[in-house]
Design a protein around this ligand. Structure first.
Ligand code: NAD
Length: 381
């Protein structure tokens, strides 16, 4: 098959260095000539934000952050930016904080310097999200892409281990879903594979040495690659499922991604052997795409082993999904599932997938799938 693709790279300044966030931020504020900085950080993130902003003048601190950015929270942030004539937004925190900065930038056009403190990766995408009336709306707009991202692994040392694991697996989900998302191409697949390798290297070290920097640095680097791959490849089936579970049923973002991922991998992998082999290899398991079933099983086994080492979340029922919610969730996901998903999606198989994720059943490749299922010709290896 000849190699033909169209790929768009987003432009960002990325400054990466442990213990350097305050220095990097001061240099960026000076470079941008900003005079009136609005810092967005939740109350829990305030101490980190004060450290990061130690060398700049702050015009206004704004802490009205809420998960999934309710519309009224976005409007309040925009009003504060206007009242205080802010000319630069600095977000210090997780994806919810970055998300609020993006919502303000969407209507004001203000530039963002993002200083992430989790592995969610929102800082590296041009995707915004807001919720209203139990429905999450997302959109793509280059105005919300932070022009600068400052990574400092010291800022993640305070992230509790269970949240570090869930957030890191959220990053891993960006990588895995990028392999078969609607705009998957050889470049974003390469970024995703390196993201999996970095996260699978870093996260186990976060468990064994939560106060050490090497594991956190690998995880943060992997989280960035994961988000770049996701921004480029778009939302695949996994993200559509988690989007419904978070936006409609209010499940926590990182834990939901961490729980659903192995089920989507087991579902899609036999139908995407090139992706399965790359995922398996990035998780340290050699695999051959010409043996689709073996490649899929290697990918699922690699992820299961990593999740076991990390003590990853296992069941959606632990995070607030009721069994009665499954039919509604299935109906909503069916409306959003990408037509390009490597395996057809039906009410029956989505119900099976979500029921397994709800109960925490062991994720595995369906034994009824033939050893070499029909693979779409478009699946690049
Ligand atoms: P979060 O931002 O809600 O943070 C989770 C909790 O951890 C919060 O209480 C926060 O204050 C706390 N926290 C953050 N950093 C900490 C630290 N270093 N130490 C201690 N506590 C810390 O969760 P998240 O998983 O980072 O982000 C989830 C949100 O991001 C969701 O709304 C999701 O939709 C969005 N998101 C968007 C994109 C995108 O591309 N637009 C990508 C990923 C996630």
């Amino acid at each position: 098959m000849s190699l033909r693709f169209s790929h768009r790279s987003l432009s960002q300044q990325v400054l990466f260095g442990s213990g350097q966030a305050a220095e990097h931020l001061a240099a960026e504020v000076a470079r941008l000539g900003a005079q009136r900085v609005m810092v967005i950080a939740s109350p829990r993130e305030r101490r980190l934000a004060e450290r990061v902003c130690a060398r700049i003048d702050v015009t206004v601190w704004h802490d009205g952050v809420a998960e999934h950015v309710p519309v009224h929270v976005a409007e309040r942030g925009r009003a504060v930016a206007a009242e205080r004539a802010a000319d630069l937004l600095v977000s210090v925190g997780g994806g919810s904080t970055t998300g609020l900065a993006k919502a303000v930038a969407l209507t004001t056009g203000l530039p963002i310097v993002a200083v992430p403190t989790t592995y969610a990766g929102s800082e590296a995408t041009n995707v915004w999200g807001m919720t209203e009336d139990a429905t999450k709306t997302t959109g793509v707009d280059d105005r919300v892409l932070p022009g600068t991202v400052i990574y400092d692994a010291e800022l993640t040392l305070s992230l509790p281990v269970p949240l570090s694991v869930a957030s890191g697996l959220n990053g891993l989900a960006h990588c895995v879903d990028s392999m078969w998302a609607p705009r998957a191409d050889p470049i974003n697949r390469a970024l995703a594979a390196e993201g999996i390798r970095a996260l699978a290297t870093g996260l186990p070290r976060v468990i064994t040495d939560p106060a050490g920097l090497p594991g956190r640095e690998h995880a943060l680097y992997g989280a960035y690659l994961a988000a770049v791959a996701f921004a480029s490849a778009g939302s695949g089936l996994h993200h559509k499922i988690c989007h419904v579970l978070g936006g409609t049923f209010d499940l926590p973002h990182a834990e939901t991604h961490a729980t659903v991922l192995p089920y989507v991998l087991a579902y899609n992998a036999p139908f995407a052997p090139g992706a399965a082999a790359r995922i398996a290899q990035a998780l340290g398991r050699p695999a051959d795409p010409d043996e689709p079933r073996a490649a899929a099983e290697a990918a699922v086994a690699g992820l299961s082993e990593l999740r076991a080492r990390l003590g990853a979340p296992t069941a959606l029922r632990d995070y607030g999904l009721a069994a009665e919610d499954i039919p509604d969730a299935v109906a909503r996901v069916l409306r959003a599932a990408p037509p390009s998903n490597p395996r057809p999606v039906s009410e029956e198989n989505l119900t099976a997938l979500l029921t397994a994720a709800w109960s925490g059943a062991t994720p595995s490749v369906d034994p009824d799938i033939p050893a070499a299922p029909l693979v779409p010709a478009t699946e690049a290896r």
